[in-house]
Design a protein around this ligand. Structure first.
Ligand SMILES: [Fe+2]
Ligand SMILES: [Fe+2]
Length: 161
């Protein structure tokens, strides 16, 4: 089964974007940790780890197809945030952007008649449904907690596996 140059370079770009996503969430985790919101910090740290796992999974996939992995410089991420709601809204927007990129990868795999790559990225289409839902749930819960304490929510988020 053919693994084209075009498919390989698109996946390498996605690996880079997963690392950018990881750093984005690590930056958000640090923002919360600095304010003593350890549960939020933990939730975003787990999110960071998941994004690294995506990058590693895609890296292993390229290798399994006999391709060449290229790890490139990762763009600087945002470091200034002003509220939990702002962070959650940015998380949702970011995940929507990731979804578009994954959709483009499935389309490219179809164009390249690369069935294994289609199959590989369908898994991430399903993953993105979950990622967008997690972010909207977080936005809803922060809105609900407005006027109350974020601390109760913080405790719950601290239990994420
Ligand atoms: Fe990801
Ligand atoms: Fe994600």
């Amino acid at each position: 089964m053919k693994f084209t140059e075009r498919m390989q370079s698109a996946i390498n770009e996605q690996i880079n974007f997963e690392m950018f996503s990881a750093n984005t969430y690590l930056s958000m985790s640090a923002y919360f940790a600095q304010q003593g919101l350890d549960g939020f910090a933990h939730w975003f740290f787990q999110q960071y780890r998941e994004e690294l796992e995506h990058a590693e999974d895609m890296m292993r996939y390229v290798i399994s197809r006999g391709g060449r992995v290229e790890i490139k410089a990762v763009d600087a991420v945002e470091t200034n945030f002003s509220s939990a709601l702002e962070v959650a809204e940015k998380t949702y927007a970011h995940e929507c952007l990731v979804s578009e990129k994954i959709e483009a990868l499935v389309r490219l795999a179809a164009e390249e008649k690369d069935m294994p790559s289609q199959d590989f990225f369908w898994k991430y289409i399903r993953e993105q449904v979950e990622e967008e839902a997690n972010a909207t749930t977080l936005i809803d819960r922060i809105r609900l907690s407005e006027g109350h304490s974020l601390l109760f929510l913080d405790k719950e988020l601290g239990e994420r596996k």
